[in-house]
Write a protein that binds this ligand. Structure first.
Ligand SMILES: [Zn+2]
Ligand SMILES: [Zn+2]
Length: 316
């Protein structure tokens, strides 16, 4: 159900008129103007039947922005009732496969659904090259469908741009998106993103080592979405893989423990902290309280654990 302030925001935006009283208000199916949908909340490249791989939707005034394209992103968008051909922007935080494996395929699936307007994509160095390579891999199919089915040329509908420095990536009437480099060893071309909207500011950490500078970058934001490593859960992951020793080393060096997330949140002081990109993300025996236990040692604000297809509406 919409809250009154959402209604007022929508009215101000011209999305709703002549609704009066709470009953009409409750009956409205209009969506909040600014919202986050957590499409995939499991960190890492393994595929499973539980949480989907990393992907998020930031919807601002009916403009869908997809942040990260882990395997399953297209299905999750369909499940979230977002028409694929309506996607306007794609952002990649870094080029680990759990964040980009379905990047080209998402644009392809949007095209298959009737995409007519361009999608602009932004990501670290390599994003433009990856886009070009995707056209090579799928040249036969794309060219066949253009001539055989009269489709527009997909290669002109996905416009990729590499980000090489911190700063504003995109500015529209509805949102300003700013990139902030954060280390994710051994990867340095890795960006957290800030979304400034009329309804509040959202920051996504990307995958990152513990980085107090992120706390400064996110200072005063409304929603901070931070990746999360639950250290007692690492042993369970080791039983499922063959590269245990080096994977353990990577996880501890390249990700942020729940206690350290609490330290980041204590600096940023978001109105709402959301843990997503969970590692391990396929161990249902870890409760939300366990995920948040470490956080609570340093941060006493509102904090939740993301679930696939969970929505957070702004203002929070
Ligand atoms: Zn990841
Ligand atoms: Zn990563």
């Amino acid at each position: 159900m919409l809250k009154r302030r959402d209604f007022l925001k929508l009215t101000a935006a011209g999305g709703l008129i002549s609704l009066t009283g709470t009953s009409a208000f409750a009956e409205s199916s209009a969506k909040p103007r600014t919202r986050i949908v957590f499409l995939g909340t499991k960190g890492g490249p393994r595929i499973g039947l539980g949480r989907s791989n990393p992907a998020n939707l930031i919807m601002v005034n009916n403009t869908p922005i997809v942040l990260d394209c882990g395997e399953g992103v297209s299905h999750q968008l369909v499940a979230a009732k977002v028409p694929l051909q309506s996607i306007k922007y794609i952002l990649l935080s870094h080029l680990h496969s759990d964040h980009d494996l379905e990047y080209g395929n998402l644009a392809y699936n949007a095209w298959a659904t009737g995409l007519k307007t361009p999608i602009h994509s932004f990501g670290p160095k390599g994003t433009e090259a990856m886009t070009k390579a995707y056209w090579e891999v799928n040249k036969f199919d794309i060219e066949t469908r253009i001539t055989d089915e009269g489709r527009p040329d997909l290669r002109k509908l996905l416009i990729a741009k590499d980000i090489d420095a911190d700063g504003v990536v995109l500015k529209t009437d509805d949102v300003t998106i700013t990139a902030f480099r954060t280390p994710h060893p051994p990867i340095t071309d890795n960006f957290a993103y800030k979304f400034e909207t009329a309804d509040g500011t959202i920051v996504f950490s990307s995958d990152t080592e513990y980085n107090p500078k992120l706390g400064e970058f996110a200072k005063g934001c409304d929603v901070l979405v931070h990746e999360a490593l639950y250290v007692p859960g690492i042993d369970g992951i080791m039983k499922k893989v063959t590269n245990g020793a080096s994977l353990r080393k990577h996880l501890l060096a390249a990700h942020t423990t729940t206690e350290d997330i609490g330290r980041i949140a204590a600096i940023a002081k978001p109105k709402l902290l959301v843990l997503s990109h969970l590692v391990p993300g396929d161990n249902d025996s870890i409760t939300d309280d366990q995920w948040l236990e470490g956080v609570r040692k340093h941060f006493d604000g509102k904090a939740i654990v993301a679930k696939d297809l969970m929505e957070v509406a702004l203002p929070v």
